[in-house]
Design a protein around this ligand. Structure first.
Ligand SMILES: [Zn+2]
Length: 382
């Protein structure tokens, strides 16, 4: 059966200087429209606290508003319209869902703007992508766009010195249905144990680390951040250095994503089931926030990695299965089932007192995760 699924494809773009200028101008104009229309909403709210706003009434104000500021005509009009819709949504969220009242936008938080594909206003041609107002911008297609992918919304974004285009749309895929799932082979599976030392250790006894070039980038980031921390805040050197640190952050995030995509694709292609521990990622995330400098962002990769792995497996009608986070994967002997309750965190290897098997802590855990995963899928009720 053919089904559709929402998808976003993001590609790096390389605007020339005048295109960069226009992107900045568009961001500035969107910010102005957002803030001025927010002021109008606030006035309306203060006049009558129960009065809601009609979306189309708000959009209708835009042409009149543009007459006052002629330069708004230089930028993509769809982007300005989308800004008003975005503000409307934020404002109505405040009414309907008790969300926070929308805040004024500041220049330093500028990130991107949204435009729409109308008729054939956005398309790929050779090494370029045609974008309204910007014209043809050089683009790097790191992956193939499926023929069935249809998009209407497009965002143009800047992060540090990098520019991106994201296509938001829908894609068709063939769903083989439940009968294929039943034919999956539990033996064609692998258990993964996430450890602090490696990205993971698997039940076949292999381990995988983040690549050296990634580690090198992290070392460089730590160095640049130390430099930054010694500079006088708001000085011109500080601002320059801050930009350097931000760019490096973005570069590292991209390196990490690339690598995790490759690893998860390989696992999904090879195995029918992948078993993992159900980690408390929120707890991990909170720990990250306590760290001022991002040298230990290795643990941030897990959430992304599991995410990639899950959808890549599901894409192929395969499965990611999580075992209970309180399952004692490290303490059990994977050969005889003996449980060593006094195993400490520092013990990297141990010998089972029952069957005398010598265990590597992480490999043993990965094998147990696989065994527990197979047990879960064969007896889902227990
Ligand atoms: Zn044993």
């Amino acid at each position: 059966m053919i089904k559709t699924v929402k998808r976003t494809y993001r590609f790096r773009i390389y605007p020339n200087p005048s295109q960069k200028e226009l992107i900045e101008k568009t961001l500035g104009c969107c910010r102005q429209v957002y803030n001025d229309f927010l002021s109008m909403c606030i006035e309306s709210y203060e006049a009558d606290k129960n009065r809601t706003i009609n979306k189309y009434d708000l959009i209708k104000l835009l042409p009149e508003y543009k007459k006052t500021f002629q330069y708004l005509k230089e930028v993509d009009s769809v982007a300005l319209q989308q800004t008003v819709i975005h503000l409307y949504d934020a404002y109505m969220n405040f009414f309907r869902h008790n969300a926070a009242f929308p805040k004024f936008k500041k220049k330093k938080n500028d990130y991107g703007y949204i435009t729409m594909k109308i008729n054939n206003s956005i398309y790929f041609a050779e090494d370029d992508i045609q974008i309204p107002k910007l014209g043809r911008v050089k683009v790097k297609l790191h992956c193939h766009l499926p023929e069935s992918f249809k998009f209407t919304m497009v965002s143009i974004a800047r992060k540090g010195k990098y520019y991106y285009v994201s296509l938001l749309g829908e894609e068709e895929y063939f769903d083989y249905g439940e009968y294929i799932k039943e034919s999956l082979d539990p033996n064609n599976s692998i258990g993964l144990d996430f450890s602090l030392k490696h990205l993971f250790v698997d039940s076949n006894g292999n381990h995988l680390d983040m690549p050296t070039y990634y580690q090198d980038s992290l070392t460089r980031l730590a160095k640049e951040q130390r430099k930054l921390s010694r500079m006088k805040k708001d000085s011109s050197h500080y601002k320059k250095q801050l930009l350097r640190v931000r760019n490096l952050h973005e570069h590292i995030a991209n390196q990490r994503k690339d690598f995790l995509h490759k690893v998860s694709r390989k696992l999904a292609n090879t195995y029918d089931y992948v078993f993992v521990e159900n980690l408390d990622l929120q707890e991990m995330g909170e720990r990250k926030d306590n760290l001022k400098f991002g040298i230990t962002i290795f643990d941030l990769g897990y959430g992304t990695f599991l995410n990639y792995l899950k959808y890549k497996l599901e894409w192929l009608n395969k499965k990611l299965v999580k075992v209970d986070r309180y399952f004692p994967s490290s303490q059990l002997c994977s050969s005889c089932g003996y449980r060593k309750t006094d195993l400490t965190l520092s013990q990297r290897s141990w010998i089972c007192p029952e069957c005398k098997t010598k265990h590597n802590r992480d490999i043993n855990a990965a094998i147990n995760i696989k065994k527990e995963g197979i047990r879960i899928i064969l007896n889902p009720s227990n």
